[in-house]
Write a protein that binds this ligand. Structure first.
Ligand code: SF4
Length: 510
């Protein structure tokens, strides 16, 4: 049996279990898996309904931040639980913590909705079955050991959630029903954010099936979380209207994911709030608009939030706090995990600045691409001049692109649309000295090669990471990608001229 399945073996001691279609993540729910063979689960027609429910689970999580799966009699309880298990397999195989976190939040919100309709006794049964914390019914309240409480509320440190504001008696914290249910959303979310790594055998043996399942959610996921450079979630867009010239498509994963949580009604921990506030203040956003972003937080208190935001942004304190760097955000749990660009930078503001590359004037963009391609320690002015003169006033704009094979695209002077695999992708930060100016030019670049499976073709380095990120994702997934390209003859040195492809854009799947 696969270790992935083994980790969710049932707890034999549990009796009186709640309905598993509502809470398929309970250890007791995995009893349904007892006689299920993993290969059949992923491939047999018999489990087609469960696989469809798994896709539905992931799709609605990624698109709407919600899971809307009806229970019996519309759907069979076993199918729902098995669908949940398949969704975990797919999630584990995606190896993407951001997606895992986002789905965990959707699962937790779904469970919270169901918990509100449980009796007090069943609520206790649920909490204790889950096995992360324990509670006891005490009249119409619920008693929890303070150690469990502190662990469960560790990311809810604001205001009332602090242990000092709860009152502890003989090591016990007493919670009302509403507070316990809200706390359990947090417990479930954190619990589901941890997935075992998909064993290599599963990826190898069931790669095709998992890829099929993944591909059905990948489009929406890429738009919402993976790409971060295309579609802006409507809820975010509404809040972001307040934020003047701030461009969400340039923001790093840490900002987007925390903002998404905020919009989903999650009580963000203090480090996340501090980061959002300082990040936006550093980009000259009005404290008033920043404050309104927090209005969706469940514990929003206008006066308190205003004080905090105005203090952090320097409006009342006179000191503008700077946004924390990546190391700090990683250690405080704010960073959801880096993407390819994150690995080249050390500060989220650098991410925002690098993503603005395409806003530079065309001549400056081309100069930086050439510098990245020439890769010289000292600014190669003659080579740059010669190449720029040959390229002329190319402005990176294109209206039409003819579909061509890669081998044809490299031979024409026109702009082509090609479908190719990425054979090489590597990010790097490069700098060149500018003589007589006592300064360096810094460029965050990605070296890329594309292939038609027969021949590899080198491309001009990518400096526009809005284009580079989906290319890196295609490379990581070994998937083909549609690219808009144009070849240029580039003098790489005196007497060395090569034809290199400039990747202008990626074409999103329609
Ligand atoms: S690595 Fe840095 S920029 Fe990227 S998500 Fe983490 S904290 Fe944000």
């Amino acid at each position: 049996m696969s270790p992935l399945i083994a980790v969710i073996k049932p707890h034999r001691s549990c009796v009186n279990v709640p309905e598993h279609w509502r809470y398929p993540f309970l250890p007791t729910a995995s009893a349904i898996l007892e006689d299920v063979n993993l290969e059949s689960l992923l491939e047999d027609y018999f489990y087609a309904e469960a696989r469809a429910l798994a896709i539905n689970r992931l799709e609605t999580s990624a698109t709407r931040g919600a899971i809307e799966i009806e229970g019996p009699p519309t759907n069979d309880e076993n199918d729902i639980v098995l669908g949940y298990v398949i969704s975990r397999l797919v999630l584990a195989a995606t190896d993407n913590q951001a997606l895992i976190n986002y789905v965990a939040l959707s699962e937790a919100i779904r469970a919270e909705t169901h918990l509100t309709s449980e009796t007090d006794e069943d609520l206790v049964e649920f909490v204790n079955n889950l096995g992360v914390v324990r509670v006891e019914l005490n009249g119409s309240s619920f008693d929890m050991n303070f150690v469990d409480y502190v662990r469960a509320a560790s990311k809810l440190r604001e205001g009332d959630w602090k242990l000092s504001n709860r009152g502890v008696s003989k090591g016990i914290v007493t919670l009302d029903r509403k507070t316990l249910i809200r706390l359990m959303r947090e417990v479930i979310r954190q619990h589901l954010e941890e997935l075992p790594k998909a064993p290599v055998e599963i990826k190898d043996k069931f790669g095709g099936t998992i890829e099929d399942l993944k591909s059905q959610v990948s489009k929406t996921f890429t738009e919402r979380i993976g790409g971060l450079n295309s579609v802006v979630d409507e809820r975010q867009a509404e809040a972001m209207k307040e934020l003047g010239r701030f461009d969400l498509s340039k923001a790093p994963p840490c900002f987007n994911l925390n903002l998404m949580d905020l919009q989903a009604g999650v009580n963000l921990a203090h480090p996340s709030r501090f980061f959002i506030t300082t990040f936006l203040s550093s980009l000259n956003q009005d404290p008033e608009a920043v404050m309104r972003l927090f209005a969706t937080a469940p514990d929003f208190k206008e006066a308190f939030t205003r004080y905090q935001v105005e203090h952090i942004s320097g409006k009342t304190s006179g000191t503008q706090y700077s946004s924390p760097k990546c190391d700090t955000l990683v250690s405080s749990g704010v960073c959801p995990g880096p993407n390819a660009l994150c690995r080249q930078i050390r500060h989220p503001l650098s991410y925002y600045r690098v993503m603005a590359e395409s806003e530079k004037k065309p001549q400056a963009r081309m100069e930086r691409i050439l510098l990245a391609a020439l890769n010289k320690e000292i600014y190669p002015d003659k080579l740059i001049e010669k190449n720029l003169a040959r390229i002329g006033d190319f402005d990176f704009e294109y209206n039409e692109s003819k579909e061509r094979k890669l081998s044809e695209a490299i031979r024409t002077d026109d702009i082509s649309k090609i479908n190719a695999k990425i054979s090489h992708f590597q990010g790097r930060v490069y700098s060149t000295d500018v003589p007589n100016e006592d300064r360096k030019i810094w460029i965050t670049k990605a070296t890329v090669s594309v292939t038609d499976s027969n021949v590899d073709y080198d491309c001009l380095p990518l400096t526009d990471w809005k284009v580079a990120l989906p290319i890196e994702e295609a490379h990581y997934k070994s998937k083909k990608i549609d690219l808009i390209v144009k070849p240029f003859d580039i003098d790489l040195d005196e007497g060395e001229t090569r034809k290199l492809l400039l990747i202008l854009d990626t074409v999103k799947e329609s």
